[in-house]
Design a protein around this ligand. Structure first.
Ligand SMILES: Nc1ncnc2c1ncn2[C@@H]1O[C@H](COP(=O)(O)OP(=O)(O)O)[C@@H](O)[C@H]1O
Ligand SMILES: [Mg+2]
Length: 305
């Protein structure tokens, strides 16, 4: 009854399988993914926002035919939000019903802490021993959670098991494929990183970014796509508070298509900077002469290309 696809047998196959699902991975990333799968180690991806970290987990799930279970981290995330919680409201109701029907105390209390009253959050779902196929578990933006949460996570990652005092230990039959991401707003503890294979997801070079763009916005004319990529690559050389990621490249190209732009021109560029840059200081810095300079360079570079 398992529908999971076999793991890739080589780095080339890893890269090809990701590409089938429109993910253009660098050789380095494909190598780390391949090894993480073969060695059954969690994959730890760190990098600027919008560089394709979350997407790799989605793509892996699709390419390997596994369900994706996502734990989005946030400040204050705790055991109850990440692993499980008892459904107090249902338990109370059960007590009322038991009282009304005159049920014995002992039977009631053992009944109250059964799985029926357990609310399963992503970590517990991911290690559910009854699953026929091990899922991909995405622990997204771990840097947003508080540090104590990492200690708890460490335990889960070590044995893929969670002990619930009232119920016992729940352990995965097949360990999930784990992807952790961080936008590096703070350092993640060494102990977590040590358990994982690490990859820094960098901005792509121009060639890979063009390949990504052609996959994600296939209707964009090649001349426009080249100019967009060349402009973004140059823009990343400017000292900005927040550099545009691949997400912005894709978004900007879609915006330009909406405006029927066939090539980049100064007016369209000025008017669409807000798609690329999300901080007023950055926009103020690029607007005007800086944008004109970059555009002139782009035009020279892509002329006749
Ligand atoms: N290597 C890639 N190949 C194809 N698409 C990519 C790639 N990297 C990023 N993308 C696109 O960029 C968008 C942003 O990526 P995402 O994974 O959300 O970034 P992050 O999680 O690093 O902030 C995604 O919607 C995806 O379509
Ligand atoms: Mg993300």
């Amino acid at each position: 009854m398992s529908t999971a696809a076999a793991l890739p047998a080589s780095i080339d196959e890893t890269q090809a399988r990701l590409l089938e699902h429109d993910y253009v991975a660098s050789r380095e990333l494909a190598t780390t993914v391949f090894l993480a799968l073969r060695l059954q180690r969690p994959l730890f991806l760190e990098g600027e926002p919008g560089t394709g970290k979350t997407e790799i987990a989605r793509t892996l799930a699709a390419a390997l035919g596994r369900p994706l279970i996502r734990l989005q981290c946030y400040e204050g995330l705790d055991l109850a939000g990440a692993a499980y919680e008892w459904n107090y409201a249902r338990q109370m109701l059960e007590i009322r019903l038991a009282e009304a029907s005159g049920q014995e105390r002992d039977r009631l209390s053992s009944n109250l802490f059964s799985r029926r009253f357990l609310i399963e959050r992503p970590l517990l779902q991911a290690i559910d021993p009854h699953q026929s196929v091990a899922p991909v578990l995405l622990i997204d933006e771990l840097d947003r959670a508080d540090e104590p949460f990492e200690a708890f996570l460490l335990e889960v990652l070590a044995d893929f098991q969670i002990t619930i005092p009232e119920l016992g230990t729940i352990k995965a039959t097949h360990p999930p494929i784990v992807v952790l991401t961080s936008n590096r707003t703070r350092e993640i503890h060494d102990a977590v990183k040590r358990r994982c294979l690490y990859h820094w997801v960098d901005f792509p070079d121009a060639q890979r970014e063009l390949a990504i763009l052609q996959r994600r916005v296939p209707n964009a004319p090649l001349a426009l796509a080249r100019q967009v990529v060349d402009f973004i690559q140059r823009l990343r050389g400017v000292e900005l508070y927040k550099l545009p990621g691949i997400a912005e490249t894709i978004e900007w190209t879609r915006a330009l298509l909406e405006l029927d732009a066939l090539v980049l021109d100064p007016a369209t560029l000025q008017n669409t900077l807000g798609v690329l840059l999300k901080y007023q200081d950055d926009i103020a810095k690029v607007q005007g002469s800086e944008a004109a300079r970059l555009l002139a360079e782009v035009r020279t570079a892509t002329h006749g290309a």
